[in-house]
Design a protein around this ligand. Sequence first.
Ligand code: FAD
Ligand code: A2P
Length: 362
Amino acid sequence: MAYSEASVVIGGLAHVPVLIGAFWLFQNWRSGLVNDISLREPPKAAEPTPQPSSSIAPPEATRKSRHKDVPVNLYKPRSPFIGSVLDNYSLLQEGAIGRVNHITFDISGGDPEFNYVEGQSIGIIPAGEDANGKPHKIRLYSIASTRHGDNFEGNTVSLCVRQLQYEKDGETVDGVCSTYLCDINPGDKIKITGPVGKEMLLPEDEDANVIMLATGTGIAPMRAYLRRMFEQAEIQKNGWNFKGKAWLFMGAPKTANLLYDDDFERYKSEFPDNFLYTKAISREQTNAKGGRMYIQDRVLENASEIFEMIENNKTHIYLCGLKGMEPGIDEAMTQAAAEKGMNWSELRPQLKKAGRWHVETY
Ligand code: FAD
Ligand code: A2P
């Protein structure tokens, strides 16, 4: 499984920042700077030096120093955290295609404590053995909850999982881990690794703008961001007063497949100045060419406003979900940029370097 192998490599590489982090902590502990390294709600970093709005200058140093407290690989595949399942329910409405579940685990009582922040992923080791009698490899899943969890108590983590199913030689094959997760029951024990990933972290700036492009379960990290921004109990917990504009583009095959739609509609009515929600329902709507409506078609429809936002260096763009959407998004951004007299192939690397273009596709 390519991703599992990749994740193990990522896990190995993650030792380097851990060692650097340990050295940093030791130095600061000696100098009396560190007495509380709780990661529940890290203190806000100092405001970055304002950049001229026309530049895409990389706030590189500021960004790296902000991310130094983000936990990685607290639990590794050889000694995973043993959590227990609290909840597992379908996110789909009647008539939807496939199976997508919201699953919550109790992660309390770990030593070290299992911490994470919005935008990270965890690894799951499915029970049982593979065809060679070896334990299954880990699969990564984006975390769908905020660091405070769905119950705001800081001791749970939630996932949004689609069961993988495909046809091979006339038979339906069920994905190992996604089926294990969709079938798991409250009370069951589960092996969890991580957390991993710093690619999809939210900016700390309360004035940041956040454009989100999600297909299917790619909504998972976005759900965490949006709860952090707009869910009242979560706001009270995090003390983060989001004042920017958040714009979610969500792709689903049918209306019945839209994920967390009621919550997002509620945020839209409660925060009309701060939240925009645009849906692309591929099998119910058609694009300008008469084909399936994808999020890249919605990007094109809103090109002018999107690029006005991108010109502001406080705007971050997040892409999550199907790997196949990347070329389509690139094509749409190329066309949209050209309409504003910009060159996307030059702009995208600049945004990436500035830590404003965040991609996690699978
Ligand atoms: P497996 O049993 O491992 O089967 C997958 C394998 O089946 C593939 O490697 C391929 O060899 C084969 N296969 C797949 N499709 C076909 C096909 N059509 N024809 C022939 N062969 C095929 N998933 C989520 O549901 N939610 C998430 O939030 C999520 N987040 C992720 C975040 C990251 C960073 C990454 C890397 C992946 C994420 N995934 C997520 C995907 C997840 O890790 C698993 O890959 C997915 O659940 C499938 O695992 P599985 O064990 O069920 O499938
Ligand atoms: P479709 O399957 O109709 O072609 P889910 O994971 O729930 O199936 O949702 C994924 C959504 O992303 C679907 O609406 C799917 O459309 C859509 N999609 C599929 N391929 C692409 C692509 N290349 N670019 C953008 N969206 C895509």
